[in-house]
Design a protein around this ligand. Structure first.
Ligand code: ATP
Ligand code: MG
Length: 558
């Protein structure tokens, strides 16, 4: 964990101070997603931050859906968000919805009107924008600013009762049109929207704006530390103003830097475009930076939590290298993945001095974990090895197979290449080898030491599988920051489908299993596998192959 006793993040420092001086005995945080898309890796940072604080200190975390925009929200998203948070390993205390508070929020608005702190404005949104002023010039008061309390109450009620069309009126706070903070220049608190809401149905046709809902919901839930991202810094003044004027529980807002990773986009709106315009197969496409995409790709909750802890909490925005995320998943998968052998581009090997029958050899499932046990692999007269593990004219220090040269086959025998058979075009058709019976792994009495060890499969027992190899979804580090449309920078080579010949134990692969295909990478079974068809997703290669790929594509630009 990045946060040890000696290195506290700034929020932990604030909370420790609060607990020490008795401001709070326990704390309440919340994770407040808008249910308008699936969660992504940036959200994971916020989830880990909020939930870890109440794991570390007394208190709890709520899950609150910020569902004040009926048009973009959906219950499909609500369900996916809950699934993803639980999968990451966190459990909330209360499941709440901003829409649960619509009656209460309406009452709050009426209170503000009665205090002379809010008014109904008949101006259009264009007119409001024109009267707003600029950072260096004050705005102008709306001609409707000085309506009487009675008139405001009656008009607001009519707004609620559906007597006015969309956009014809708003409720605005009455603060100061010359305020140095533009957000304090009579911000809109309520708007008219005749739209069906995924929870409240057609009950409401006025909806609170973010500022009128978020802080008040925090307050209703007695949230002590309301943590959000830096773009909300200017909103803090309004957050505090509303709480003060309404005389409700004083929640406090704290901001930290958004976490974005390179070679992708982390904005639900942009991810939705990729889904709708079919650049990817769905929200859980293994190339997506969504939690569900990462899960399908083979990422583990442990690896994502580790990533979030390593990048920590910052006060300034920066783009995090996706290589760190890949590092974290490699670290975890190395500990837990079952080792298996799969040959991708096979060349046939005939062991000429081996009998016709098969033999079952034992191989360890995971050298990092003895408790993972062993499995049996059939060894026979005809095998497959990778085509590029053989070379006709080996350079010095080439330890793989070559004419007259010896290698060890993993968990099996030492073999020597006696002869290569070529087809009419001069391509290698098969390799004739002899094995050393006394060299069986674990029982080797041959006294011969070879430097190279190859993976292999028994040809007649091999299972043909499909392997989906993924690469970065974008060709540039920060597609959202480039000129033009971010979709112009999509990497058209982000999915490559290849065939593999797998050892037969992979017939028993389950969706939750994690595998290392020896000398290749980490893989998991994809949900598209069905009816005897096995499809594996490559989670990550064993080593970083990106530098090499970049050379292949020539440059960073499309
Ligand atoms: P998006 O732009 O993807 O729609 P959002 O901020 O609108 O993101 P919300 O559903 O409102 O998404 O976010 C829920 C919580 O997650 C908020 O507290 C938000 O600040 C936080 N969050 C969203 N994106 C990131 C990110 N990239 N890094 C850290 N926290 C984030
Ligand atoms: Mg949002």
């Amino acid at each position: 964990m990045a946060t040890t006793e000696t290195s506290h993040n700034f929020l932990e420092e604030i909370i420790e101070e609060n607990l020490k001086n008795g401001t709070y005995k326990s704390i309440v945080t919340r994770f407040p997603p808008e249910p308008n898309g699936y969660l992504h890796i940036g959200h994971a940072s916020s989830i880990c931050l909020n939930f870890n604080l109440t794991k570390k200190y007394p208190g709890y975390t709520n899950l609150r859906f910020d569902d004040t925009n009926p048009v973009t929200e959906d219950t499909e998203y609500v369900e996916s968000i809950k699934e993803d948070i639980r999968w990451l390993g966190f459990e909330w205390k209360h499941e709440r919805y901003a829409s649960d508070y619509f009656d209460q929020l309406y009452e709050f608005a009426v209170t503000l009107i009665k205090k002379g702190l809010a008014y109904v404005d008949d101006s259009s949104s264009d007119e409001i924008a024109k009267m707003k002023g600029t950072p260096t010039e004050p705005g102008k008061n709306s001609p409707f600013r000085n309506r009487s309390t009675e008139e405001n109450i009656s008009l607001f009620e009519k707004m609620k009762n559906g007597e006015f069309p969309d956009g014809s009126r708003t409720l605005r706070a009455k603060i100061d049109m010359a305020h140095i903070n533009m957000l304090m220049r009579d911000p809109v608190l309520y708007r008219i929207k005749h739209a069906h809401h995924h929870r409240t149905g057609d009950k409401w046709c006025i909806y609170p704006m973010y500022d009128m809902a978020h802080g008040q919901s925090d307050s209703i839930e007695n949230v002590t530390h309301s943590i959000c991202t830096l773009e909300f810094v200017p909103h803090r003044e309004l957050y505090d103003w509303l709480i003060e004027k309404l005389e409700i529980y004083p929640s406090h807002q704290y901001e930290f830097a958004r976490r974005n990773i390179n070679y992708t986009v982390t904005s639900k709106r942009k991810l939705l475009q990729l889904v709708n315009e079919k650049y990817v197969a769905g929200w859980d496409d293994p190339r997506m930076p969504t939690i569900s995409g990462l899960r399908r790709r083979g990422y583990t909750p442990e690896s994502i939590r580790d990533f979030c802890e390593r990048i920590g909490v910052a006060k300034r925005e920066n783009l995090v290298d996706v290589g760190l995320l890949e590092f974290c998943v490699r670290e975890h998968l190395n500990k837990i993945a079952l080792r298996r052998m799969v040959v991708f581009d096979p060349v046939k090997v005939v062991i000429t001095n081996y009998p016709e029958e098969y033999e079952l050899l034992k191989s360890e499932n995971n050298p990092e974990d003895e408790s993972a046990g062993t499995r049996e692999i059939p060894f026979g007269r005809e095998l497959y090895i990778e085509r590029d593990d053989f070379i006709e004219n080996p350079p010095k220090k080439y330890f793989r197979l070559a004419p007259g040269q010896k290698v060890r086959l993993k968990s099996a025998y030492i073999i020597k290449c006696d002869e290569m058979i070529k087809d009419a075009d001069g391509n290698i058709k098969e390799l004739h080898c002899t094995y050393l019976p006394e060299s069986r792994s674990g029982h080797d009495t041959s006294g011969i030491h070879v430097k190279g060890t190859l993976h292999w499969v028994s040809k007649n027992n091999a299972v043909e599988v499909e392997v989906r190899e993924y690469d970065r979804l974008f060709k540039v580090e920060n597609p959202a920051g480039e000129d033009g449309d971010f979709k112009d920078y999509i990497n058209e080579h982000s999915l490559k489908i290849v065939k593999g010949f797998a050892e037969p134990s992979l017939l028993y692969a389950k969706s939750e299993d994690r595998f290392q295909f020896l000398r290749k990478g980490y893989y998991c079974l994809d949900k598209d596998s069905a009816n005897g068809k096995f499809i594996f997703n490559r989670t990550v290669t064993l080593k970083d192959a990106w530098a090499k790929e970049q050379q292949k594509y020539g440059s960073n630009k499309p």
